[in-house]
Write a protein that binds this ligand. Structure first.
Ligand code: TYM
Length: 325
């Protein structure tokens, strides 16, 4: 059976960009793949420096994933740091990774441009991500567009290793990116991202969420004028959440004219609660039961670690450092 694998950083609250861009695909793939999903806390260390915040964020992410439909019976859910083998593999991979490959990574350049300190952790982030993927023999990696380059880097590194050690140690993974949701726009039309402060949190306060949606940026086209659904950020969010028939009807009304942004925003707020209401209730239950999550993590880590050990040993053997003295 094919392995699907993905990770999500516990660096803030889950937002609908995470959901439509990635989490919904995690859930769909758990039906047809041997699915491994993890909370990328080692990665989040590059931005989260407060230990209490880290713990709370890990809980938020895991409880959120389960509330949204990730099933601990069908998928293996674990914390990245519960499989420390991945840090050893990171080292083994870093010796075959050219510095130039890391220097070309957009995510690193963007973060430094935003004023983040250029730590070695931030610089080597894609190598840890490659190790995350390769250590489980992953075939398919559901992610949003912003991770595409990291998947290409992973394939490059795996290919270099296999070539250099004349081996088939690593399976080359494919990114699973759905074009319609590859970049979910935020409240201001830019990519939805915590660092832009333009997110709709899935489990945020109900009143605040409604307010945020109603304050979304729009242009000043009058109600009666025709509007282009393909360039409107309000429509982009509506399209994500509305059922198909309603989407087509709204696109038609946009083109004809007569639609006011206020009405569309009101409908987006309703759709938000229709789509996420149940998950929000389930999440509140999980918040009251942290022991359940701990058990899920422990079981997930046990399974993930067994697989990680096997692949790490393959890499060590190929490199000549696993041989008996
Ligand atoms: P992270 O935590 O930033 O985001 C988690 C997932 O959500 C997707 N995403 C989006 N998709 C569409 N539109 C958006 N506006 C949007 N915002 C976020 C991301 O593409 C991602 O799939 N480096 C990864 C975590 C990671 C990982 C891995 C992923 C670590 N190791 C191994 C896959 C495989 C990250 O920072 O995702």
């Amino acid at each position: 059976m094919r392995r699907s694998l993905s990770g999500i950083q516990p660096s803030g609250k889950l937002h609908i960009g995470n959901y439509y861009g990635a989490i919904r695909q995690y859930i769909a793939l758990q039906e047809e793949c041997d699915a491994f999903y993890f909370i990328a806390d080692y990665h989040a260390l590059t931005t989260v420096t407060d230990p209490e915040e880290m713990e709370a964020n890990c809980h938020e992410a895991a409880a959120g994933l389960i509330a949204l439909g990730l099933s601990p019976e069908r998928a293996t859910l674990f914390r990245q740091s519960d499989v420390p083998e991945v840090t050893e593999l990171t080292w083994l991979l870093s010796v075959v990774t050219p510095v130039g490959l890391m220097e070309r990574c957009h995510a690193y350049k963007d973060k430094v441009a935003q004023g983040m300190v250029a730590s070695m952790g931030l610089f080597g982030y894609p190598i840890l991500m490659a190790a995350d993927i390769l250590i489980y023999d992953s075939n398919v990696v559901p992610v949003g567009q912003d991770q595409k380059q990291h998947l290409e880097v992973t394939r490059d590194i795996a290919g270099s290793f296999n070539h250099q050690y004349d081996s088939e140690v690593f399976v080359l993974p494919d990114a699973h990116i759905l074009p319609d949701v590859a970049v979910v726009p935020g409240l201001d039309g830019r990519k939805m991202s915590k660092s832009y402060g333009n997110v709709i949190e899935i489990f945020g306060d109900a009143k605040q969420t409604e307010k945020k949606i109603k304050r979304m940026k729009t242009d000043s086209t009058p109600v009666e004028e025709p509007k282009d659904p393909d360039t409107c950020n309000v429509f982009a969010l509506f399209r994500l959440m509305a059922p198909e028939g309603e989407r087509e009807e709204m696109a038609r009304r946009y083109r004809e004219g007569g639609v006011g942004y206020g009405d569309v925003k009101k409908r987006i707020a309703e759709l938000f609660f229709e789509n996420f209401g149940e998950a929000r209730e389930r999440k509140a239950e999980l918040d009251n039961n942290p022991d359940e999550l701990r058990e899920i993590y422990a079981e997930g880590a046990r399974k993930a670690r067994a697989k990680a050990r096997e692949v790490l040993d393959r890499a060590r053997d190929a490199m000549g450092i696993n041989r008996p003295l």
